[in-house]
Design a protein around this ligand. Structure first.
Ligand code: HEC
Ligand code: HEC
Length: 310
């Protein structure tokens, strides 16, 4: 009996086709129908009207030709950009905008990395932030008003929920507003910080600034400040997009913070709702732990203290 089937080519072809089809159905199609294969993240919500409008502009302007929106699960990527991308994050992305070319940095974790103001200025003039940037200026987007009727149609087509009020909020808003709103929601359901990305919490013996008052460190700190901090905190720490560093209000409360608190904020960045020294953050300061060495961070703190005459 055994071996018989090998002598009947047509029968053999049919039987093997059936076996392969059953195998495919069991291992592929059945799992595709189950909910586990379509994970949604708890915090993930459909795009609001203005975010969706921004997403459409992102596609129209071809931002995805220079920017990816997916962090691969590789340690170097996670260190640079934050937590790697999860399948569920893209449940409302029609179509997804993962992209494949990184002329500019990945944007999967851009949401809430910077304050809105930062984006407005960066879109207006990327080269004033990074002299060698080849990103074009998008300041002209603010001259184009949004078309609420068109956006409403798009919401309907995708089946995203909205109220008439959401649509009326679009009146008077321009395309740049929409693009910034979209930037701030990208990746927000996961958060920017990766599990692999190390957060610093200083030990007791490290809490004093070893470079406090050192003239060479202050000079070095000035250069680091001008390159990394001045865009948000102003030329002499007077404040701009970010708060003033030379007044007596820190994290929205009267009274200074310790050097170690400065250090942790600079190393880790800030996130809405996190607490430092009993004060609640609003978020919007990027982390510098991967870019600056410990000595560089202490130098920049020594420089800030010199601005404060301390
Ligand atoms: C020609 C390529 C190019 C195009 C097109 C482009 N960018 Fe960029 N983008 C860059 C480069 C290079 C950088 C890094 C330097 C800088 O910040 O200007 C960058 C930086 C950024 C950043 C800051 C990222 C960070 O983590 O600091 C954002 C946000 C951004 N781009 C959004 C956009 C959006 C939105 C569009 C479309 C409207 C766009 N870019 C179009 C090349 C491009
Ligand atoms: C993209 C803008 C941005 C950049 C760049 C930036 N910061 Fe900040 N910074 C902020 C914001 C916004 C806050 C308020 C943080 C919060 O509420 O979570 C802040 C808060 C601070 C604070 C607490 C001060 C206060 O009054 O609350 C210090 C100290 C500080 N930053 C230092 C630095 C240093 C040093 C650098 C450069 C290495 C830097 N920042 C770069 C935006 C920025």
């Amino acid at each position: 009996m055994a071996g018989e089937i090998y002598k009947k080519p047509i029968m053999f072809a049919i039987v093997s086709a059936v076996v392969i089809l059953v195998g495919t159905a069991v291992t592929m199609f059945i799992p595709m129908m189950t909910a586990q294969m379509h994970p949604k993240l708890e915090d993930l919500k459909p795009y609001t009207a203005i975010q969706l409008a921004g997403r459409d502009i992102y596609q129209r302007e071809g931002c995805n030709n220079c920017h990816t929106q997916t962090v691969r699960p590789l340690k170097t990527e996670v260190m640079r950009y934050g937590e790697y991308s999860k399948a569920g994050e893209f449940a409302y992305d029609y179509p997804f905008l993962w992209g494949s070319k990184r002329t500019g940095p990945d944007l999967a974790r851009i949401g809430r990395k910077y304050p809105d103001q930062w984006h407005y200025r960066h879109f207006e003039d990327p080269q004033s932030f990074f002299a060698k940037s080849n990103m074009p200026s998008y300041g002209w987007l603010k001259d184009n008003l949004l078309d609420p009727i068109d956006i409403k149609r798009h919401m309907d087509a995708l089946g995203f929920p909205y109220t008439d009020e959401d649509i009326s909020l679009l009146n008077g808003k321009n395309e740049l507003d929409a693009l910034v709103a979209y930037m701030q929601i990208i990746g927000a359901s996961v958060g920017r910080k990766g599990a692999v990305r190390s957060k610093v919490q200083l030990d007791a013996h490290e809490m004093e600034n070893p470079l406090a008052g050192d003239p060479a460190a202050i000079e070095a700190g000035k250069g680091i400040y001008e390159e990394n901090c001045a865009v948000c905190h102003g030329g002499n720490g007077g404040g701009d997009i970010g708060p003033s560093l030379v007044d007596n209000v820190f994290l929205y409360q009267e009274g200074d913070l310790e050097d170690e608190d400065y250090f942790e904020m600079i190393y880790n960045g800030t996130e809405e709702g996190n607490v430092e020294a009993g004060r609640t953050m609003k978020g919007g300061m990027p982390d510098f732990g991967e870019d600056l060495s410990k000595d560089e961070i202490w130098s920049v703190i020594a420089f800030i203290r010199s601005l404060q005459n301390k």
